[in-house]
Design a protein around this ligand. Structure first.
Ligand code: NOJ
Length: 795
């Protein structure tokens, strides 16, 4: 049996087993409360921050894996118990599937003549996670079944719970609110949100104390209350809280029995408990009304469809089309919300990575520019007056940011600024004011961007290249070369600074800021000269210089001879001769290509103790030390597309589509979700070659989306209009794209007659020819005031 199947019209994946090689999760969210849930019902629920706002517990690394979660037990008249998500009852099922769709997870299971459908999602308008259970019976007679819904609550502050769990238990109580028929969890200290659990049918019994529900030395796999068929009705005076609700459902042949459970939070403002209860009451009453739950689900679907509508394609490559149209777009929402912080292996304490979130917003910028602009403003508030930025920050936690100077963080800002302004056409964004992180005076967005470049220009080393500081994009580079003295320089950061300047030049022109324009052009020349002088190694671009002025990433080295990023960014920055850029990318194919993707560097560094002097912390073939670093592969795709090498560009893209890698190496070896992007896949220098790592929360998501939509399919926003410049294989004879741009739906039909892969020969808009004088760009002025236009492209 296949472990899974895709269902594209429903934007769904059906997982046919509750026990794939590792948990395959989905995220549910309304932007305020969030959950992830696995195919076995395991998962975590939190409010704003998974650290300080954690509502339930989840064991990240410990056994039993993927527990606890959002659990339903069905107790049959003979006392046997089963769960629609297999866990926690673990009774063998007669049928099972778990379906993940954007924002919704549904379990369909069958046992002893009963079919169960359990659907979970978070309401857009209420801070409530809904669990809808419906049961259908094939049995000849009517029966009553006892249903138990169970969640293990956390003590609502993960770090405190880990460090001071014994005292924390004294700060938490549960109470049953008879009037609302809701179980409340209240924490007495600091007034975090009121947590509650309720349902839309009458309850037989309930429990607010974990021990009372489970019994001594039992777990959620075999709770005493379920075995007995009744909860104890115990409120928690101190100890470990839980929410357990028990209704009884009557199952008649040919009729469905339904119940919805609501797990919610209500913020407590000004210590006002009654107000929070009123919010709870309001939410519950609207969901208990007929059609209330369905209305919320409908709204949630509409939110997602608007996100998808920004870009859809019809192309002759099934798995690429599926990944572009649905799963990449889904993944970018998750990274937009969670940066790298929360997943089944990440507890949230990492906060928002500055460089990470800047990159994540590149894809959000064209799908939801308002969201990107809001995050962009926040990021600017984390920039120091001298132009560098914090490294991580914690917008929803009391904690201050992590300060560690890196050579790249600030250089991502101009890329994001350009993406937003090009998308909206609204240059006034650059005039808005945002305070510096270290100085309460405000500066315009444009001044912030100039400061980013200033910092790179003011902090250069003996080769005229930006100093590396703690790292550039590659977190391990300083460690690999043990650069402690502060003299190391990064060629990658130099190339990135050039790309940033290239994005700022048209912005300076649009603002009419000639002084800055001249300075930017001069900085461009200075960096270009430094790169040309010091970066070419003969067959590829070097990576940088260490503290002692020795080259990194040179053929003269034993290990780490060749790095991927400086080859791809040579193309992105347009530095060097075309031949050099092409040779660099040829070296990539020759030395870094594996069966599934490109390694980050080659050969991997030999770590301690095999090399007693090594400072490289990662085993060979893992992380930046020779893993197939998917995030970095995205830039190779863009580079090959910019060079017009369609076959290579598409190969580099399609070979890394999760379901494709899973086919190449086998799903058991790949192990991760076949729909979510991963940060890296273990490389061939390691025996676990093919194992996928860091799923969902990775920069791969945004950049794969950008690479596919803006460079392979070639539709990208520019200040003056929409560029349409695809780079596709010869067998893409006809394909189409629908793209929203500045309130207009642009429907693009492309005929690729030449078979050359790149090169637009003609463009028409609603039947009228568009001049190609400024390249294949539809001027924004031609779209103004139009809701929908039809574009024909001939290649
Ligand atoms: C993952 C980190 O989140 C990201 O910040 C970094 O750029 C890459 N690894 C590469 O080191």
């Amino acid at each position: 049996m296949n472990l899974y199947s895709f269902d594209d019209p429903r934007r769904a994946i059906h997982i046919h087993t509750p026990t794939p090689p590792q948990p395959w999760i989905n995220y549910l969210s309304n932007g305020r409360v969030h959950a992830f849930v696995s195919q076995a019902g395991g998962g975590l629920f939190w409010h704003k921050s998974a650290v300080s706002g954690r509502i339930t517990r989840y064991r990240m690394h410990h056994l039993p894996l993927d527990t606890p979660g959002f659990y339903v037990y069905i107790r049959m008249p003979d006392g046997s118990v089963w769960s629609p998500s297999f866990r926690p009852a673990e009774a063998e099922l007669d049928g099972f599937s778990c379906t993940h769709q954007p924002g919704v997870t549904t379990f369909n299971a069958e046992k002893s003549g009963i079919q169960a459908k359990l659907e979970m999602f978070i309401c857009p308008d209420h801070d409530i996670m809904v669990w809808n259970l419906s049961l259908d019976s094939d049995l000849p007679e009517a029966i009553d079944v006892d249903v138990f819904a169970y969640m293990e609550f956390s003590l609502q502050d993960w770090k405190c719970e880990e460090n001071f769990g014994y005292y924390r238990t004294h700060q938490v109580i549960t109470r049953f609110d008879e009037e609302e028929q809701a179980l409340l969890m209240i924490r007495r200290l600091n007034h975090p949100p009121l947590v509650y659990m309720a349902s839309n049918v009458s309850l037989e019994s309930w429990d607010g104390e974990r021990e009372a529900f489970l019994g001594h030395y039992r777990t959620e796999f075999n709770p005493a209350a379920v075995e007995k068929g009744r909860c104890s009705g115990k409120e928690l005076p101190t100890g470990h809280p839980c929410g357990a609700l028990h209704p009884r459902l009557s199952l008649k042949p040919g009729e469905s029995a339904n119940v919805s459970f609501f797990a919610g939070v209500a913020e407590i403002l000004d210590k006002d408990f009654e107000k929070a209860k009123a919010t709870m009451r309001q939410s519950l009453s609207s969901l208990r009304k007929t059609g209330g739950v369905q209305e919320q689900k409908q709204k949630l679907n509409e939110w997602w469809e608007r996100h998808f509508d920004a870009f859809q394609c019809s192309i002759p490559h099934e798995s690429a089309q599926r990944q572009i149209n649905t799963w990449s777009a889904v993944n970018t929402v998750h990274t937009g919300r969670y940066s790298r912080a929360v997943s089944r292996l990440a507890p949230g304490s990492r906060g928002v990575g500055f460089r990470d979130t800047c990159q994540d917003m590149l894809s959000i910028a064209y799908r939801q520019p308002d969201w990107a602009a809001e995050v962009f403003s926040f990021l600017l508030s984390q920039q120091f007056r001298d132009g560098h930025t914090v490294h991580f920050c914690y917008p929803d936690d009391p904690e201050g940011p992590y300060l560690s100077t890196r050579s790249d963080n600030h250089l991502w800002l101009p890329l994001l600024a350009y993406a937003i302004v090009a998308e909206t056409g609204d240059v006034s964004l650059l005039d808005r004011k945002v305070a510096w992180y270290d100085d309460s005076t405000e500066a315009t967005v444009w001044e912030h961007l100039l400061a980013s470049i200033c910092f790179a220009m003011d902090n250069r080393g003996s080769h005229g290249l930006p100093l590396l500081f703690g790292s550039d994009w590659n977190d391990s580079i300083a460690e690999m070369y043990h650069t402690k003295e502060g003299r190391a320089e990064s060629i990658f950061a130099a190339q990135q600074a050039v790309v940033a300047i290239n994005r700022m030049i048209p912005l300076a022109e649009a603002l009419g800021d000639n002084e800055s324009l001249n300075w930017l052009e001069e900085s461009h020349r200075t960096l270009t000269a430094a790169i040309l002088e010091s970066a070419w190694d003969g067959e590829w671009w070097r990576r940088g210089y260490d503290d002692n002025g020795h080259p990194m990433g040179s053929s003269a080295s034993e290990v780490g001879k060749l790095f991927l990023n400086t080859q791809s960014w040579a193309v992105l920055s347009g530095i060097g001769t075309l031949e050099q850029r092409q040779i660099g990318m040829d070296a990539v194919e020759e030395n870094l290509l594996t069966d599934v993707g490109l390694k980050a560097c080659h050969p991997g560094f030999i770590p301690w103790p095999e090399d007693p002097d090594s400072h490289c912390g990662s085993s060979r073939g893992t992380n930046e030390n020779g893993a197939i670093f998917c995030h970095a592969n995205t830039w190779a795709i863009i580079a090959e597309a910019l060079l017009g090498n369609a076959d290579r560009a598409w190969k580099y893209f399609t070979q890394l589509i999760p379901a494709e890698v899973a086919k190449t190496v086998g799903i058991e070896r790949y192990a991760a979700e076949p729909y979510a992007w991963v940060s890296q896949i273990i490389g061939p220098e390691n025996d676990r070659y093919g194992w996928a790592n860091v799923e969902h929360v990775t920069g791969t998501a945004t950049w794969m989306d950008v690479a596919a939509t803006q460079y392979l399919l070639g539709v990208r926003a520019e200040l003056d209009g929409l560029r349409i410049d695809p780079c596709v294989p010869a067998d893409f004879k006809k394909f189409s794209i629908t793209r929203s741009f500045r309130d207009c739906t642009v429907v693009i039909d492309i005929e690729h007659r030449s078979g050359q892969g790149r090169g637009v020969q003609s463009l028409t808009l609603d039947g009228k020819p568009v001049s190609l004088e400024k390249g294949p760009v539809i001027p924004a002025s031609l779209l103004a005031g139009k809701a929908r236009v039809q574009v024909q492209v001939l290649m």
